[in-house]
Write a protein that binds this ligand. Structure first.
Ligand code: ZN
Length: 259
Protein backbone atom coordinates (compact mmCIF):
# COMPACT_ATOMS: atom_id res chain seq x y z
CA UNK A 1 0.00 0.00 0.00
CA UNK A 2 1.51 3.31 -1.07
CA UNK A 3 -0.07 6.42 0.37
CA UNK A 4 0.74 10.09 0.01
CA UNK A 5 -2.43 11.44 1.52
CA UNK A 6 -2.74 13.71 4.52
CA UNK A 7 -5.36 11.35 5.93
CA UNK A 8 -3.54 8.75 8.03
CA UNK A 9 -6.43 6.45 8.92
CA UNK A 10 -5.61 3.21 7.11
CA UNK A 11 -1.90 4.00 6.84
CA UNK A 12 -1.60 4.57 10.56
CA UNK A 13 -3.43 1.34 11.28
CA UNK A 14 -1.02 -0.49 8.99
CA UNK A 15 1.96 1.13 10.73
CA UNK A 16 0.63 0.04 14.13
CA UNK A 17 0.12 -3.49 12.86
CA UNK A 18 3.70 -3.62 11.57
CA UNK A 19 5.13 -2.25 14.85
CA UNK A 20 3.06 -4.68 16.93
CA UNK A 21 3.90 -7.78 14.92
CA UNK A 22 7.66 -7.10 14.61
CA UNK A 23 10.40 -8.05 17.05
CA UNK A 24 13.51 -7.11 15.07
CA UNK A 25 12.91 -3.61 13.76
CA UNK A 26 15.64 -1.86 11.83
CA UNK A 27 15.23 1.91 12.11
CA UNK A 28 17.07 4.00 9.52
CA UNK A 29 17.23 7.74 10.25
CA UNK A 30 18.18 10.95 8.48
CA UNK A 31 18.29 14.70 9.06
CA UNK A 32 14.50 15.02 9.19
CA UNK A 33 14.33 13.51 12.68
CA UNK A 34 16.73 16.03 14.19
CA UNK A 35 15.28 19.30 12.96
CA UNK A 36 13.02 19.15 16.04
CA UNK A 37 16.18 19.21 18.16
CA UNK A 38 17.43 22.42 16.58
CA UNK A 39 20.02 20.71 14.39
CA UNK A 40 20.16 22.72 11.16
CA UNK A 41 19.82 20.88 7.88
CA UNK A 42 23.09 21.92 6.28
CA UNK A 43 21.79 21.09 2.81
CA UNK A 44 18.89 23.54 2.99
CA UNK A 45 18.54 26.98 1.35
CA UNK A 46 20.18 28.65 4.36
CA UNK A 47 22.62 25.79 4.80
CA UNK A 48 26.27 26.27 5.50
CA UNK A 49 27.34 25.03 2.07
CA UNK A 50 25.87 28.17 0.55
CA UNK A 51 28.59 30.12 2.37
CA UNK A 52 31.49 27.70 2.66
CA UNK A 53 33.32 25.27 0.46
CA UNK A 54 33.51 21.83 2.02
CA UNK A 55 36.98 20.59 2.91
CA UNK A 56 37.78 17.28 1.27
CA UNK A 57 39.53 14.62 3.30
CA UNK A 58 42.66 14.49 1.16
CA UNK A 59 43.05 18.26 1.48
CA UNK A 60 42.58 18.04 5.25
CA UNK A 61 45.41 15.51 5.45
CA UNK A 62 47.64 17.49 3.10
CA UNK A 63 47.21 21.14 4.00
CA UNK A 64 47.34 23.12 7.24
CA UNK A 65 45.15 25.81 5.63
CA UNK A 66 42.51 23.18 4.86
CA UNK A 67 42.69 21.90 8.46
CA UNK A 68 42.19 25.45 9.74
CA UNK A 69 39.20 25.91 7.44
CA UNK A 70 37.67 22.59 8.59
CA UNK A 71 38.16 23.33 12.27
CA UNK A 72 36.75 26.84 11.77
CA UNK A 73 33.65 25.37 10.12
CA UNK A 74 33.26 22.76 12.86
CA UNK A 75 33.77 25.39 15.56
CA UNK A 76 30.94 27.43 14.04
CA UNK A 77 28.51 24.54 14.49
CA UNK A 78 29.89 23.09 17.70
CA UNK A 79 27.76 24.97 20.26
CA UNK A 80 24.61 23.98 18.37
CA UNK A 81 25.52 20.29 18.42
CA UNK A 82 26.74 20.38 22.02
CA UNK A 83 23.51 21.95 23.26
CA UNK A 84 21.06 19.95 21.10
CA UNK A 85 18.79 17.56 22.97
CA UNK A 86 17.07 14.40 21.72
CA UNK A 87 13.42 14.81 20.81
CA UNK A 88 10.31 12.60 20.92
CA UNK A 89 11.40 10.57 17.88
CA UNK A 90 14.76 9.62 19.45
CA UNK A 91 12.89 8.76 22.66
CA UNK A 92 10.35 6.62 20.80
CA UNK A 93 13.18 4.55 19.29
CA UNK A 94 14.53 3.98 22.83
CA UNK A 95 11.03 2.87 23.86
CA UNK A 96 11.07 0.31 21.04
CA UNK A 97 14.34 -1.02 22.41
CA UNK A 98 12.93 -1.25 25.95
CA UNK A 99 9.97 -3.14 24.50
CA UNK A 100 12.48 -5.59 22.94
CA UNK A 101 11.38 -4.75 19.44
CA UNK A 102 14.47 -2.93 18.21
CA UNK A 103 17.13 -4.76 16.27
CA UNK A 104 19.23 -1.68 15.46
CA UNK A 105 19.36 1.95 14.49
CA UNK A 106 21.37 2.84 11.40
CA UNK A 107 21.69 6.60 11.08
CA UNK A 108 23.06 9.10 8.60
CA UNK A 109 23.03 11.75 11.32
CA UNK A 110 26.22 13.02 12.91
CA UNK A 111 24.56 14.74 15.87
CA UNK A 112 25.01 11.87 18.34
CA UNK A 113 21.41 12.26 19.52
CA UNK A 114 20.49 8.55 19.34
CA UNK A 115 23.27 7.72 21.78
CA UNK A 116 22.37 10.67 23.97
CA UNK A 117 18.72 9.56 24.03
CA UNK A 118 19.80 6.16 25.34
CA UNK A 119 19.96 3.86 22.31
CA UNK A 120 22.47 1.11 23.17
CA UNK A 121 25.84 1.56 21.49
CA UNK A 122 25.76 -2.08 20.32
CA UNK A 123 22.55 -1.40 18.45
CA UNK A 124 23.70 1.86 16.86
CA UNK A 125 25.57 2.38 13.60
CA UNK A 126 26.45 6.00 12.82
CA UNK A 127 27.32 5.59 9.14
CA UNK A 128 28.53 9.16 8.67
CA UNK A 129 30.35 9.35 12.00
CA UNK A 130 29.63 11.64 14.92
CA UNK A 131 30.36 15.13 16.17
CA UNK A 132 30.41 13.74 19.72
CA UNK A 133 34.08 12.78 19.50
CA UNK A 134 37.37 14.00 18.09
CA UNK A 135 39.41 11.28 16.41
CA UNK A 136 43.10 11.00 15.61
CA UNK A 137 43.58 10.24 11.93
CA UNK A 138 46.67 8.15 12.70
CA UNK A 139 46.08 6.15 15.91
CA UNK A 140 42.23 6.47 15.93
CA UNK A 141 42.18 7.50 19.60
CA UNK A 142 38.94 9.30 20.43
CA UNK A 143 38.60 12.19 22.83
CA UNK A 144 36.09 14.76 24.03
CA UNK A 145 35.58 17.73 21.67
CA UNK A 146 35.34 20.66 24.08
CA UNK A 147 39.04 21.09 25.01
CA UNK A 148 40.07 20.85 21.35
CA UNK A 149 37.57 23.46 20.23
CA UNK A 150 38.63 25.71 23.10
CA UNK A 151 42.26 25.32 22.08
CA UNK A 152 41.48 26.05 18.43
CA UNK A 153 39.36 29.05 19.39
CA UNK A 154 42.28 30.57 21.29
CA UNK A 155 45.20 29.63 19.06
CA UNK A 156 43.63 29.09 15.61
CA UNK A 157 45.95 26.10 15.35
CA UNK A 158 44.35 22.74 14.48
CA UNK A 159 44.91 20.33 17.38
CA UNK A 160 47.37 17.45 17.02
CA UNK A 161 47.40 14.08 18.81
CA UNK A 162 50.16 13.04 21.22
CA UNK A 163 51.19 10.56 18.50
CA UNK A 164 51.65 13.41 16.03
CA UNK A 165 48.54 12.55 13.99
CA UNK A 166 45.99 15.13 12.89
CA UNK A 167 42.86 15.39 15.04
CA UNK A 168 39.50 15.74 13.33
CA UNK A 169 35.88 15.58 14.46
CA UNK A 170 34.85 11.92 14.03
CA UNK A 171 32.52 12.60 11.11
CA UNK A 172 33.00 11.23 7.61
CA UNK A 173 34.36 14.08 5.50
CA UNK A 174 33.70 14.77 1.85
CA UNK A 175 35.85 12.43 -0.17
CA UNK A 176 36.32 10.08 2.79
CA UNK A 177 35.08 6.50 2.63
CA UNK A 178 32.58 5.23 5.14
CA UNK A 179 34.13 2.84 7.66
CA UNK A 180 34.07 -0.67 6.31
CA UNK A 181 33.17 -2.11 9.72
CA UNK A 182 30.14 0.21 9.96
CA UNK A 183 28.87 -0.84 6.52
CA UNK A 184 29.40 -4.48 7.43
CA UNK A 185 27.54 -4.14 10.72
CA UNK A 186 24.66 -2.25 9.07
CA UNK A 187 24.38 -4.92 6.36
CA UNK A 188 24.32 -7.60 9.02
CA UNK A 189 21.46 -5.87 10.78
CA UNK A 190 19.65 -5.49 7.45
CA UNK A 191 19.96 -9.23 6.90
CA UNK A 192 18.24 -9.99 10.23
CA UNK A 193 15.47 -7.38 10.46
CA UNK A 194 11.79 -8.32 10.27
CA UNK A 195 10.66 -4.73 9.61
CA UNK A 196 12.53 -1.71 8.29
CA UNK A 197 11.40 1.87 8.98
CA UNK A 198 13.12 4.85 7.32
CA UNK A 199 12.55 8.09 9.22
CA UNK A 200 13.31 11.60 8.00
CA UNK A 201 15.62 10.64 5.18
CA UNK A 202 15.32 11.56 1.52
CA UNK A 203 17.10 8.24 0.86
CA UNK A 204 19.31 9.96 -1.68
CA UNK A 205 22.78 9.47 -0.18
CA UNK A 206 24.50 6.22 -1.01
CA UNK A 207 25.76 3.79 0.16
CA UNK A 208 23.70 4.62 3.29
CA UNK A 209 20.36 4.44 1.46
CA UNK A 210 21.15 0.88 0.35
CA UNK A 211 20.78 -0.37 3.92
CA UNK A 212 16.97 -0.13 4.28
CA UNK A 213 16.57 -1.25 0.70
CA UNK A 214 18.67 -4.38 1.23
CA UNK A 215 16.50 -5.33 4.22
CA UNK A 216 13.34 -4.73 2.20
CA UNK A 217 14.69 -6.72 -0.74
CA UNK A 218 14.43 -9.81 1.47
CA UNK A 219 10.68 -9.31 1.51
CA UNK A 220 10.22 -7.75 4.95
CA UNK A 221 7.85 -4.78 5.22
CA UNK A 222 9.44 -1.40 4.45
CA UNK A 223 7.90 1.79 5.84
CA UNK A 224 9.05 5.27 4.81
CA UNK A 225 8.01 8.28 6.90
CA UNK A 226 9.26 11.62 5.62
CA UNK A 227 8.09 15.15 4.96
CA UNK A 228 8.59 15.61 1.23
CA UNK A 229 9.56 13.19 -1.51
CA UNK A 230 12.24 10.55 -1.15
CA UNK A 231 14.21 8.87 -3.91
CA UNK A 232 12.73 5.49 -3.02
CA UNK A 233 9.08 6.57 -3.29
CA UNK A 234 7.34 4.18 -5.63
CA UNK A 235 9.96 1.44 -5.30
CA UNK A 236 8.22 -1.91 -5.22
CA UNK A 237 10.02 -2.77 -1.94
CA UNK A 238 8.19 0.07 -0.14
CA UNK A 239 5.09 -1.38 1.51
CA UNK A 240 3.92 1.74 3.36
CA UNK A 241 4.64 5.43 2.82
CA UNK A 242 3.55 8.11 5.28
CA UNK A 243 3.99 11.73 4.22
CA UNK A 244 4.59 14.28 6.97
CA UNK A 245 6.81 15.30 9.86
CA UNK A 246 8.26 12.23 11.58
CA UNK A 247 7.71 13.83 14.99
CA UNK A 248 3.99 14.17 14.27
CA UNK A 249 3.61 10.53 13.24
CA UNK A 250 6.15 8.14 14.73
CA UNK A 251 6.29 8.79 18.51
CA UNK A 252 2.52 8.53 19.00
CA UNK A 253 2.38 5.41 16.83
CA UNK A 254 5.12 3.74 18.91
CA UNK A 255 3.39 4.71 22.16
CA UNK A 256 0.16 3.16 20.92
CA UNK A 257 1.83 0.05 19.48
CA UNK A 258 3.69 -0.91 22.66
CA UNK A 259 0.98 0.14 25.13
ZN1 ZN B 1 47.06 9.66 17.53
Amino acid sequence: MIAHKKEFGPERAQLLQYLRSSAKILVFTGAGISTGSGIPDFRGPDGVWKRRQPVYYDDFMRSEAARIEHWDYKLEGWAGFRDARPNATHAAIVQLEKARKLLAVVTQNIDGLHARAGTSIGKLVELHGTNSFIECQTCRTRSSPEPHFESFRQTRRPPVCKCGGFLKPATISFGQNLRAEDIKQAEEFASKADLVVALGSTLSVYPAANIPLSAAARGVPYVIINRGPTEQDGFREVTLRLEGDVGDIFPSAVAQAIA
